[in-house]
Structure formats: structure tokens, C-alpha cells
Design a binder for this molecule. Structure first.
Ligand code: ACO
Length: 220
């Protein structure tokens, strides 16, 4: 089994997996929107045990997680959102959903500095609830009444991702790269303020140590 990032050419196969497994279905362009806007966050599980008969055979996608970043978070905190997750019946209880979720959560932190991840799940969905709450560590934030088209309530769930940041820092050290996006703009503003506060100081020759650090060839 191969867990890899979703590419646009996987989308029709992911869409058919979604239609097979869930009543919440989306237009093709919604998948494309995820894949193009947050290409690091959605993953597929591909059964690679069945050899392709021709190079044109489609990949056998048996599971997927479709994920995104919340575009304008009301609380201003960058966080991810799981739009949809499913695994084909034939491939359940192999740990695929857990792996897909963990890959996506890690990418949310690594790429977008997400602080937490959220999702909605039907209150009657025992299997998914067990996966989210007991296996992964999500918590129920609130119940959203009649969230689904058929009138069923949803649990709105959340999971803090701070521990992934700590794990990454332990393994790779602190990220010293420049922040990008909104955080980058904020940091840019702070840098501008710092620059305004800066005052010129004399260094090197200006301090009268020029002769010590380099010879003045022209005088010689
Ligand atoms: N009953 C009880 N617990 C379960 C079940 C189940 N049927 N399925 C998974 N779990 C729990 C178990 O604790 C399991 O660990 P274990 O097997 O060691 O006991 C753990 O979750 C991890 O299970 P995985 O093997 O990773 O889960 P799987 O790959 O089978 O996929 C999923 C679980 C996605 C819920 C699958 O059953 C499915 O596709 N269901 C239909 C679609 C669906 O409900 N998707 C979620 C909708 S919510 C959303 O999309 C945001």
C-alpha cells in the first residue's frame, strides 16, 4: 500500500471512492480547488499490490483524505480542516485512515504552521468517531444541530497540533526560515518598525580602526 500526496489526475478516482463511501459528495472543481490551493494537504492510499496491465491503467485508489486550510479563520488562528475522509470497505481496519490523517496533519503544521485541525462528523458515525477521538485524539467542541442535508446533527471536532511542531523541532531543530503569507506580512511590518528604531553606528574605519583591519595601499 502506498500513501502519497493527491495529484489532480487522481481526482476522478477519489471522487468515485467518495461517492461509494459517503453521502456528502462534491463537484469535481471542489476537489481541484483543494489540490491546487493546498497541494500538500490531501493524500491518497493506493493499492500497489495489483500490477498495472497497461501504462494507462488508473491507480487503484482505496482511500483518501481531502484537506484544506481555513481561509479566513474567524479567530485569526491558522488551522486546517478535514473536508472528507474515506477508505473502501475492502481495505478497512488496516490503519489506512489513521495514516492518511496523520500525513495531512503533519503537512498542515510543516507547510502552514497550523495550530489545530477541525472537522465535522455525523453523530451516528461510530467508526469515524472512534478513529477521531480514541485513535487520533480529537475532542468534541460542540454539536451543530441539523448540520447535514438530511437533518442529522454533527459533532464539530478539534485537535491541537502543537505536539507535531514540537516533534519537528526536536528532529530538525527550530525553523529559521522566513515566514510567508499573512505571518510573513506581519513579520515584515515588525521588521519595518525595527528598522525605524535603528540608528546608525560607526563600524570599522569609521571607528578609527581602519589601519588595523586593512592597509591603505594608496598612501603607501
Ligand atoms: N468500528 C470501531 N472502531 C473503528 C472502526 C469501526 N468500524 N473503524 C476504525 N475504527 C477505529 C479503531 O480504533 C481503529 O483502530 P484498530 O483497528 O487498531 O482497532 C482506528 O479507528 C484506526 O482505524 P483505521 O484502520 O485507520 O480506519 P479505516 O482505514 O478502516 O477507516 C473510516 C475508517 C475512514 C471511518 C472508514 O470506516 C470509512 O471510510 N467509513 C465510511 C466513510 C466515513 O465515515 N468517513 C468519515 C466521515 S467524516 C469526514 O469525512 C470529515
Amino acid at each position: 500500500m502506498d500513501i502519497r500526496v493527491l495529484t489532480p489526475s487522481d481526482i476522478p478516482h477519489v471522487q468515485s471512492t467518495n461517492i461509494t463511501n459517503l453521502p456528502e459528495n462534491y463537484f469535481l472543481k471542489y476537489y481541484l480547488y483543494h489540490a491546487l490551493s493546498w497541494p500538500q494537504l490531501s493524500y491518497v492510499a493506493v493499492d500497489v499490490c495489483r500490477p498495472k496491465k497497461t501504462p494507462y491503467d488508473p491507480p487503484k485508489i482505496v482511500g483518501y483524505v481531502l484537506a484544506k486550510m481555513e481561509e479566513e479563520p474567524a479567530n485569526g488562528i491558522p488551522h486546517g480542516h478535514i473536508t472528507s475522509l474515506s477508505v473502501m470497505r475492502t481495505h478497512r481496519r488496516l490503519g489506512l485512515a489513521e495514516k492518511l490523517m496523520k500525513q495531512s496533519q503533519r503537512a498542515m503544521v510543516e507547510t502552514y504552521n497550523a495550530q489545530y485541525v477541525s472537522l465535522h462528523v455525523r453523530v451516528s458515525n461510530v467508526a469515524a468517531l472512534k478513529l477521531y477521538r480514541d485513535t487520533l485524539g480529537f475532542e468534541v467542541e460542540k454539536v451543530e444541530s441539523k448540520y447535514y442535508a438530511d437533518g442529522e446533527d454533527a459533532y464539530s471536532m478539534k485537535m491541537n497540533l502543537e505536539f507535531i511542531k514540537e516533534q519537528l523541532e526536536e528532529t530538525y531543530g527550530k525553523d529559521e526560515g522566513e515566514a510567508v503569507g499573512e505571518e510573513g506580512k506581519e513579520n515584515g511590518k515588525k521588521d519595518d518598525e525595527k528598522k525605524e528604531r535603528k540608528r546608525k553606528v560607526k563600524i570599522g574605519r569609521g571607528l578609527g580602526v581602519g589601519d588595523l583591519v586593512e592597509k591603505n595601499e594608496s598612501k603607501a
